[in-house]
Design a protein around this ligand. Sequence first.
Ligand SMILES: Nc1ncnc2c1ncn2[C@@H]1O[C@H](COP(=O)(O)OP(=O)(O)O)[C@@H](O)[C@H]1O
Ligand SMILES: [Mg+2]
Length: 233
Amino acid sequence: MIMVKGIHAHYGKSHILKGVELHLREGEIIGLVGRNGMGKTTLLRVIAGLKTPSKGIKKIFSTDYTELPPHKISQLGIAYVPEKRGIFPNLTVRENLLMAARPRTNGDQIWGLDEVLKMFPQLEPRLNNGGSQLSGGEQQILAICRALMTNPEYVLIDEATEGLAPIVAEEVWTLLEEISSKGVGAIIVDKDLASLSKVTNRFAIMMNGQIVFDGASANLKSDLKLQKKFLGI
Ligand SMILES: Nc1ncnc2c1ncn2[C@@H]1O[C@H](COP(=O)(O)OP(=O)(O)O)[C@@H](O)[C@H]1O
Ligand SMILES: [Mg+2]
């Protein structure tokens, strides 16, 4: 599992994360929610190794990876899909997918080009298109598929359906269900609580750089006061 504990992070003098603790068991999915500016993106970046915490420890499968650089963390099985998707506009769809391709360190391989195309046949006619020629929805699907090509144990997905038309967002949710059915764990940041509840029963709420709720979505849904207080719903 992934375990982070006592995580603090700063941007310059601003103290952003203030002692975050989060556990993610194998194959488990967490919906990470909270209003804008609360530290969700910063936390994902810390877990993926793109932001160095000022304090705290990070472990995956009991390996302490606090000091490891991002590419080593990716090899340990953590894939990150940033909010801005991060696909390479000058590379083709095929190149975007293949540059990430690799089995797990133990040799297991769930996803390769064929598997990804089976899931998303609409990427096939686009294989030779440049990344920049894709619609926002296609880019997000490509970004998630590219993360899957690394055959991760865990994926961290920031603002999974932000800015997508409802019909495309629906496809992304279907993809996320597929990921969870394969036993891959995930932290998914999204504002759509109803759709998040379809792929997970566990939510963590961030408020001012801390996790203020971590529990079953049923409790969150039934607790309107909690929703109002932490999510402004
Ligand atoms: N690169 C940065 N430099 C300075 N401050 C930042 C930077 N990125 C984020 N912040 C600040 O950190 C806080 C948390 O941001 P973020 O992690 O993006 O929150 P969320 O993803 O929950 O919206 C915000 O106050 C934001 O302004
Ligand atoms: Mg964010």
